[in-house]
Each structure stands twice: as structure tokens, then as C-alpha cells.
Design a protein. Structure first.
Length: 394
């Protein structure tokens, strides 16, 4: 089976999408499928990588984040699809790339892979909690109409959680296939916990007291992640006892994050950590994991925190809530700093070792990346077979 992913937001300088694409290329090769990524880039270029191929199509740079480009013309992409003759074509954005994939006239099965909920990411992030999420959804009726038109070009939609599938069905998006993400539990593990690493992280936060609480967050610096709310919540918590907040990540909103962090004591912005082994060790060496984004479609970093043995404080919405449980977590109202701080106070008052054991137990029920891709490819094989049967009958 040949699969082509029209991946509008792939970049070698990116984070989560880059990791996922690399996992996909490797998993497809191991499972006997031929995977090709078509992505916009600074020039036309092809590269064999991890058992598959990445093809860059020259395209304009994204104005507010120069790590990424956006497709401008359909023809170069359609010409590549005509050359490759895939069995399945994925459109993995809700913007130009998806329309290009959906309008290709080739015989392949077409899947709209929804990695993001744009209404939750943008309007809800801007307007809630001042305006309820339900009201924002109603105000964005035009977008859901747009999504239905886009999805009608595809044979199916694909998502990574049951809650997101239900949300899409509620807005008339047809046939969402569910294949939950997996995590690398050989890499992310409580066994990596290090007192020396923990002390170094606290020191980076300007905290000398070894009994202080160490919070960690891994997040792209973007409006939807609500890092400003997190920093404000930490400032409220910090006034009750010694603590440090170690922020990992980068992104287009880095200036705002750095500016807000500079106004609050004991916050360290560590930036992007590309070495996954270092990332895993630092994650395991913290005490609690914080998350502010209520629009996650799955919550991969939350799952990695659980595998690392960390109790979690997460929003009461989206994929983050799907991964929460009273045995190892506390929840807060999305975008509400006071609620966030109260959840932090509640979790710190509980027995850390019991929480950590429960978090690790939950992680054992999470699949591995190869499980996600095995299920996804099985779904694609069925779609491709159905498409070929219909085409033959016609």
C-alpha cells in the first residue's frame, strides 16, 4: 500500500509534527507500506528518510513563523500524486493543503486527518472563559459549515481520540476514524528520575531549597497553550510555598512567554530541547506536570508525563481531560488562573508517591506509536479496498 501525506505544517525545525512524521515514515516501512510526505518548503527537493520519502514543494514562507511554509499552487502537488499513484492520500491540515489533497482527481482513497480543532485553538482561546466554549462554537457556525464542505471531498476523516470524533460528528463531519496516539514508554520512564537533574532544574529556576516543589511544562509557545494563564497561576501558588516552574518549548509566541516569565520569580524558560533523551530525563525528574491547553486532540506530552510518573494538573476540556483521572490528577477551568492555582494547591496537598504510582499505572494502558500506526494502516487498507471496489463497479 502506498500512502501520501499532504503535510502542510511539516518542518525540520518544528516539534510535534516533525516527531509524528518521522514515526510515521519508520512505522510504515516496518509494516510494509510505502510512505511519502509532501510538504511546502523553501525549494523543490526530495529526500529518502527513515524508509520513506519527503518531497518539498517550493512555497511562500508563513509570515508569522518562518519555520513553516504554505502551499500556494495545487498543480505541483497534483503532478507528484499523478507520478506516485498512491492508494491513500491524506490531507493533514484544515487549510490549503487539505483542499489540494481533496481536489486531486486520482483514484486513491482520501482521508482528512484532523490533528487540530481550529475553533478550540483560536476563537475559544481568545474568548473563553469570558464567553463559554458552547457560545463560541455557536458563533463559529460558519467555520463548521466550511469544515463540512472540506470533509465532503474525502472518503473519511481520521482523529486520535473518541471525544474529538464525537465532537466532529456533532457538527456533521462524516465517519471519523479513531486511532489513538502511542508513546515511547522505553524512552519516557520514571526510572530516569534523578535527584541531581531535579536540583539543576530548580537551580535554573533560581530556587535553592531542595524541598521546593518543581513543576514542569512542555508546550509550544502559542496562544492556545495558555502559558500566560499558567505563569499567573504559578505566581499565585509560589506565594504559598517555595516552588519552581520549568518551561520547555518554543514557538511564535516566545517573546510574550519570555516577557511574562521575566515578571514572575522562579520561572525558567528552557526553550526547545531537541534531544529526546534529555527531555525524558528532565520530565521524569520534576514533581508535577502542568498543562494549560484545553484544545488538545489527544495530549501526547501529557501521556509522556504519566509514563514518567508525574501527577498532572490539566484543563477540564479536550484531550487533556480524556487523560485525567482523580487517582493522579487535578483539573482546572481552561483559561482561569485562579482555578489553575487552586488545582495546583490541591494536588501538592496529596501524597505524591501514591499519585505517581497511579500515573504510571495509567500509562501502562497507553499504546506505543507502532500500535497507533498499525491500527491506522488497517483502517486505510479497508478504505482503499472499498474505493477500488466502487471504482471497479463503476
Amino acid at each position: 500500500m502506498k500512502i501520501v501525506d499532504i503535510c502542510e505544517f511539516f518542518s525540520d525545525f518544528g516539534g510535534g509534527v516533525r516527531t509524528y512524521v518521522h514515526q510515521k515514515l519508520e512505522a510504515c516501512a516496518n509494516l510494509g507500506c510505502e510512505a511519502t510526505i509532501i510538504a511546502p518548503g523553501p525549494s523543490d527537493r526530495r529526500e529518502k528518510r527513515l524508509g520513506g520519502e519527503i518531497i518539498w514543494v517550493r512555497a511562500p514562507v508563513l509570515p508569522f513563523d518562518h519555520r513553516y511554509h504554505l502551499f500556494s499552487r495545487a498543480k505541483p502537488v497534483h503532478d507528484l500524486l499523478d507520478e506516485i499513484r498512491p492508494d491513500v492520500v491524506e490531507g493533514s491540515s484544515t487549510w490549503r493543503g487539505a483542499w489540494i489533497a481533496g481536489r486531486w482527481r486520482g483514484p486513491a482513497a482520501k482521508v482528512l486527518f484532523l490533528h487540530q480543532d481550529p475553533v478550540a485553538c483560536y476563537p475559544q482561546s481568545l474568548l473563553s472563559p469570558a464567553i463559554s466554549e458552547e457560545r463560541v462554537d455557536q458563533m463559529c457556525f460558519w467555520f463548521w459549515s466550511y469544515m463540512r464542505r472540506l470533509a465532503s471531498l474525502f472518503d473519511a476523516s481520521a482523529v486520535t481520540s473518541d471525544w474529538f470524533a464525537s465532537r466532529l460528528e456533532g457538527f456533521g463531519i462524516k465517519r471519523p476514524l479513531v486511532s489513538s496516539f502511542g508513546i515511547d514508554k522505553k524512552l519516557f520512564s520514571y526510572a530516569l528520575r534523578s535527584d541531581a537533574e531535579r536540583a539543576a532544574m530548580l537551580a535554573a529556576c533560581g530556587v535553592e531549597d531542595p524541598s521546593a516543589v518543581l513543576f514542569v511544562a512542555i508546550s509550544r509557545h502559542h496562544l492556545e497553550k495558555r502559558l500566560g494563564t499558567m505563569i499567573e497561576a504559578f505566581d499565585r501558588f509560589r506565594k504559598t510555598r517555595p516552588a519552581g516552574l520549568y518551561l520547555i518549548g518554543d514557538g511564535p509566541g516566545w517573546r510574550t512567554v519570555h516577557r511574562r516569565a521575566a515578571r514572575v520569580r522562579n520561572v525558567h524558560v528552557a526553550g526547545h530541547i531537541s534531544d529526546r533523551a534529555i527531555l525524558a530525563r528532565r520530565l521524569a525528574s520534576a514533581d508535577y506536570f502542568l498543562h494549560g491547553c484545553g484544545s488538545e486532540t489527544f495530549g501526547l506530552v501529557i501521556a509522556e508525563a504519566l509514563a514518567s510518573g508525574l501527577p498532572i494538573v490539566v484543563p477540564n476540556a479536550g484531550g487533556a481531560l480524556d487523560l485525567a483521572h482523580p487517582a493522579y490528577s487535578e483539573t482546572h477551568r481552561t483559561g482561569d488562573a485562579a482555578s489553575f492555582a487552586e488545582a495546583m494547591l490541591r494536588i501538592v496537598a496529596r501524597d505524591w508517591h501514591e499519585l505517581s504510582i497511579a500515573a504510571r499505572a495509567r500509562a501502562t494502558r497507553l499504546g506505543a506509536p507502532e500500535d497507533h500506526f498499525a491500527r491506522l494502516l488497517s483502517q486505510y487498507a479497508v478504505l482503499s479496498s472499498e474505493k477500488k471496489t466502487v471504482s471497479a463497479a463503476a
